[in-house]
Each structure stands twice: as C-alpha cells, then as structure tokens.
Ligand binder design. Structure first.
Ligand code: BTN
Length: 284
C-alpha cells in the first residue's frame, strides 16, 4: 500500500508542506535539504545573495546546528524540525530596535501557537525564546541579522524543535533539561504540517507588528511566558549573575527583574532590564 503522505512519521516533503501551507510570502520558496551544516548559515548566505523575503531553508538533519550563545544545537535526522526563514521588511530606522527585539519573541509565540494547534500540547515560553513543555525545553530560536549594500538589510529566524525523538537519545548533558513533543504528549507529530502552521503563525505575527506595532503581540507573549512571576538566575552578557524576581516583560521586549533576596538594610532592590541574557527558572 502506498504510504499516506500525512502519516505521523512521514519524511519531510515539499509537496506535503505545500498541501497545508496557507501563507502569502513565507515559503513561496522552500529549499529542503536532507542534511546540511546549518540552516541558519545557509539562509544567511542566501540572504546575502539576494533571495526574496520569506525564503525558507529546511533540513532533516544538521551537522553543525548553531544554538544561542555559541552553543551547538543537537540535530539528529528524521525526528526534528530545523528551519530558517529569510525576512526582509522595510522597517524604518526609528522602529528597527523594537523590531529586532520583538522578532525572536514573536517567533517563540508563533511556534507555541503552531504546536498547540497541531500537537494539542500546552507550550510555554521561557524568556526570551525557549519553548517549554512541563518546564523542559522542546525548542529554541536563533535570530541573526545583517545588511548587504545591494539588497539591503535582512533578518534570519532559525527554529529548532525536538518533535518526535526519544528523550533518551539526547546527549547526557541535555537529558535533564530537554524533551520532545512526542515524549510529552504521548503521540507523534507530523512535521510537515507543523512547519506549515508555524510559517502561517509567524507571517501573521509579522503582519501584526507591521500594521499595529508590538502592543497586542506583547499581551499574547506575556500570557505564554512562564518566566513572569518566577525567581530567575540570569547570566548577563558580561558573565555576571543576577538573581531576582522576573516581574514583567516591558513593551520593548526586555525582562524586568527585581533583586532577590531583598537587601536587608532597607536599600531599594537592584532592578535589571534584560535585553540579552541566559535565564534559569529557579522556582515559582
Ligand atoms: C537555542 O540555543 O535555543 C537556539 C537554537 C536554534 C537552533 C536552530 S535549528 C535551525 C537553525 N539553524 C541553526 O543552525 N540553528 C537554528
């Protein structure tokens, strides 16, 4: 019998992705690779060569998957999603900083919405853009940006999602903190449909930002964000650590953290507004 193209563990296929893709620009061009070093690296190269807005690079496996803060991204074949999207938007200079802060956050939001819809899982976001189920990481986002004299500025949104793998297959250092959607929900997820839905959700978020700015995105993001209200340990860009209560996400996407424990001498607590940091949730 011919395999059903929508079977849960079917391979990534352009026809199957296109059969449920409901976007205008995202995915008009999709480059699907069986194996690649890094979809982000390839997307940067394509962007610099002038490819159109919305071009998507997808791979079944990566040999040099890149994570945030120069980490590696575990990228085995057949079970996960690795994709990068080239974004070119005529954002004015005055809105550029806000756009660059919101892009990773709206990508996390779009991913969580897509997983909810396709996998019926309850996904939360750890600020800024880690995707969690039951406080374990199922995915991450790496955004890069640049400018080329000929074709102007571009942003790359890279998404890695642990979809159908077995938790025991993670390298030992990840086993405690990482998990897969399949492990958490008990059922496999069709990667082609998940990718198509993610592209749809992300395109909608980008349109929302363009037409109304970040206000409604911020509301939706705050509802998804499991960091708010938690005590967090933040490693700052200079390597220093700061422990505090994550109070809120500001309108510019920064995380406001108030020092904990409070100073005993009555001094006001130190407050950090974090734009870039590595966060650990310490407790609720
Ligand atoms: C993180 O460290 O949490 C971000 C991980 C981002 C990984 C994805 S996989 C697809 C894309 N290509 C890469 O090399 N990295 C991103």
């Amino acid at each position: 019998m011919a395999p059903d193209p929508l079977q849960p563990l079917s391979p990534l296929s352009l026809d199957t992705i296109r059969s449920t893709l409901a976007t205008q620009a995202f995915g008009r061009r999709i480059d699907l690779h069986d194996r690649i070093d890094s979809t982000n690296r390839e997307a940067v190269a394509l962007a610099r060569a002038g490819v159109e807005h919305g071009t998507v690079v997808v791979a079944d496996s990566q040999t040099e998957g890149r994570g945030r803060l120069s980490r590696q991204w575990f990228s085995p074949p057949a079970v996960s999603l690795y994709c990068s999207i080239v974004i070119r938007k005529p954002i004015g200079a005055e809105q550029m900083a806000e756009w660059l802060s919101w892009l990773p956050l709206m990508t996390a939001l779009a991913t969580a919405e897509a997983i909810d819809t396709i996998a019926a899982a309850s996904v939360s976001v750890k600020w800024p853009n880690d995707l969690l189920i039951a406080e374990r990481k199922i995915g991450g986002i790496l955004c890069e940006s640049g400018t080329v004299a000929r074709s102007g500025s571009y942003q790359i949104v890279g998404l890695g999602l642990n979809v159908n793998g077995d938790r025991n297959d993670f390298p030992e250092d990840l086993r405690e903190t990482a998990t897969t959607i399949r492990h958490e929900t008990g059922h496999p997820v069709e990667r082609n449909r998940l990718l198509a839905r993610f592209l749809h959700e992300l395109e909608a978020c980008v349109e929302e930002f363009e037409s109304r700015g970040s206000e409604r995105l911020a509301l939706a993001y705050r509802q998804r964000c499991s960091t708010i209200g938690k005590t967090v340990k933040a490693t700052l860009t200079d390597g220093k650590e700061f422990i505090g209560l994550a109070e809120s996400i500001e309108q510019d996407g920064t995380l406001r953290v108030v020092q904990r424990p409070l100073p005993i001498d009555g001094r006001p607590p130190d407050i950090q507004r974090l734009r870039v940091a590595d966060i650990i949730h310490v407790r609720t």
